[in-house]
Design a protein around this ligand. Structure first.
Ligand code: FAD
Ligand code: N01
Length: 544
């Protein structure tokens, strides 16, 4: 057997997060050969890399879990309603153990190149270890939030203390006790990390550029009764998830305590006094009382004022409250942030907030971070500065399709894909939760399962009918890209002044294109099913 034969598979899967894990499982079940290549040294993806203090899920973990195995679903026990990173990683490890997934995975190697050979209809996938893998299909399970973004700051390499990124937190953990810690950013990662880091750090300084809207996570231990109800109703719950807008059924989470819920009304049609009374009664729940907050910019601004009132109630120092109060962009424009005691943390004496809008970061020296106005001595500096989302991991690989055309070049003005599953010019290449699918706007486990199942069904269809090549048609791709763009218009996600990573706005020079599909998980699933029912409408299937 030659080296090439040894490394030849039906599919090469890149990435061993939940997407790569399920893809491998599914192809093996179908009797196909597949290998997973992963940069890390074990499974888990997001939950392998993001081990920062406070990291956890923000959808109910009973729903942020695989639905493909009844046994797994019944045997696994979550301890909290929204479990923390260690438990989610434990779950990933458990899945890998019970289905023997690691035997089909090569760890500690990064895929650098993937090139399509039009003669043989095969992909040649190469790693930074100098290996080459050959396969009819190349499946990118590389993650939407897997490439950390670290802004370039002058003097960074001169820093004598410890530097970390939340998205690359060391496996062995970090002892922050008694240290002067600085954290840059106030997105989801920082908001989770700040209250937990404040418990041990001697001093914690938060460098904030844009204040965010964050809502209480209301996480709690998972009650035995609730677990039982979920487990008894899983088939129904999964069906609800699959047909919902965001892949969440919230079964059992939001039962009205008694009677009917109050009817929704327009925030614009209520008086200041009524709104204040509602705020008093419902706290952060106040935004659910109104029906126009997420559809009307003027209504949204009224809601933003209420939000700022809430911040003032929670933060003792009026100046700090003012700095933490988001302004100038709507609630609902960015990925929803959830927290536990975020605002309360700013009432602690050893926690400081630095407003980078007043004085930006100037330089980092051996012992301090300097803004244009002051110097902050630090032992540890943490970047909670996010990710090159959705396209980052794909663009890091030199992907060459027909005529050796590089994907990076095709996507220079933003990603273009059909259903977020395939790209014209790149036959037999699939992307799991790629741009143009609900992906990051959904409970990702639901979207991952749907894509994995669609891809494996498609591969089976090809095998059964002796097709060797599948490729998204250009017209279908163009039409879908246009549809994705149209559906997003008019939502808060694309409101003026909205600068989110969904749009690529967090990365300098990245084309500003709204990447995920806003139409919802259920609607998108039906579209994918319709495409199959119409004989893979929009795809060319070839026999060579
Ligand atoms: P990932 O888990 O990102 O796995 C991709 C893997 O591919 C990584 O291990 C990476 O190392 C590997 N890889 C990438 N490029 C290469 C290469 N060139 N060569 C080799 N290997 C490569 N989603 C939710 O729905 N709910 C949540 O509550 C939620 N919480 C989150 C919390 C955090 C802190 C973050 C960062 C994300 C969260 N997400 C959440 C999104 C999360 O990314 C997905 O839910 C899901 O875990 C993605 O799985 P994946 O397998 O698609 O990608
Ligand atoms: O990243 P972010 P994240 N100087 O991009 C700031 C998922 N997730 O890792 O807004 C100063 O949201 C930046 O400021 P600004 C979830 O999908 C989920 O927190 O650009 N500051 C911002 O405050 C999430 O959306 C959970 O002005 C700089 C922050 O860094 C996604 O991952 C938990 C800067 C980055 O925020 C990303 O979240 C964690 C600079 N040069 C993550 N550059 C759950 O709870 C950036 N910033 C499920």
């Amino acid at each position: 057997m030659t080296k090439q034969d040894e490394n030849t598979f039906d599919a090469v899967i890149v990435g061993a997060g939940f997407a790569g894990m399920y893809m491998l499982y599914r192809l093996r079940q179908l009797g196909m050969s597949a290998i997973v290549i992963e940069a890390g040294d074990d499974v888990g993806g997001t939950w392998y890399w993001n081990r920062y203090p406070g990291a956890r899920c923000d959808v109910p973990t009973m729903e942020y879990s695989f639905g493909f195995s009844k046994e797994l679903e019944q045997e696994w026990r979550w301890s909290e309603t929204m479990s923390a990173q260690p438990e989610i990683l434990e779950y990933a490890n458990h899945v890998a153990d019970i289905f023997d997934l690691r035997s089909g995975m090569h760890f500690n190697r990064r895929v650098t190149d993937a090139k399509y050979d039009e003669q043989t209809c095969r992909w040649r996938v190469s790693t930074d270890q100098g290996e080459h893998y050959h396969a009819s299909f190349c499946i990118m399970a590389t993650g939407c939030l897997s490439v950390p973004h670290t802004p370039e700051i002058d003097g960074q390499s001169d820093f004598a203390g410890e530097i970390y990124h939340t998205g690359r937190w060391p496996k062995e953990g970090v002892d922050l006790s008694g240290k002067r810690v600085g954290i840059i950013g106030t997105g989801s990662s920082a908001v989770q990390a700040i209250p937990v880091i404040a418990e041990t750090a001697a001093e914690l300084t938060i460098f904030q550029r844009t204040p965010g809207y964050t809502f209480p996570a209301n996480n709690k231990p998972l009650g035995a009764k609730q677990e039982k109800r979920y487990k008894e109703s899983y088939p129904e719950v999964r069906e609800m998830q699959r047909n919902s807008p965001a892949g969440i059924s919230n079964f059992g989470m939001q039962q009205p305590k008694s009677g009917k819920p109050a009817p929704l009304k327009s925030i614009l049609e209520t008086s200041h006094e009524e709104r204040q009374a509602a705020l008093e009664k419902s706290g952060f729940g106040v935004f659910r009382v109104y029906n126009d907050v997420y559809t009307d910019l003027q209504a949204n601004e009224v809601a933003c004022e209420l939000y700022r009132d809430l911040v003032k109630q929670l933060v003792n120092d009026p100046q700090v409250a003012e700095t933490l109060s988001p302004k100038g962009y709507p609630i609902g424009c960015k990925r929803q942030v959830f927290d536990t005691n975020f605002y309360e943390t700013f009432n602690l004496d050893h926690v400081k907030l630095v407003d980078l809008q007043q004085s930006g970061i100037d330089i980092i020296t051996a012992k301090a971070l300097h803004t244009t106005q002051a110097e902050y001595g630090l032992d540890v500096l943490i970047y909670a500065t996010g990710f090159d989302a959705m396209t980052g991991a794909l663009n890091q690989i030199n992907i060459e399709g027909r005529h050796a055309k590089r994907l990076k070049d095709k996507w220079q003005d933003g990603p273009r894909a059909y259903l977020g599953l395939q790209i014209h010019g790149y036959p037999n290449l699939f992307t799991i939760t790629g741009p143009g699918s609900p992906s990051v706007l959904s409970n990702m486990l639901v979207s991952i399962e749907q894509h994995v199942e669609w891809i494996s069904d498609c591969m089976t269809h090809m095998q059964e009918n002796q097709y060797t090549e599948i490729e998204a048609e250009l017209a279908a791709e163009d039409e879908w890209v246009e549809h994705v763009s149209q559906v997003g218009k008019g939502t808060m996600l694309q409101a003026p002044n909205c600068n989110s990573w969904y749009l690529g706005a967090n990365i300098e020079g990245k084309p500003r294109v709204f990447m995920p599909y806003v139409g919802g998980v259920g609607r998108y699933r039906r579209k994918c099913e319709e495409v199959v029912a119409n004989d893979y409408q929009g795809f060319s299937l070839l026999k060579t």
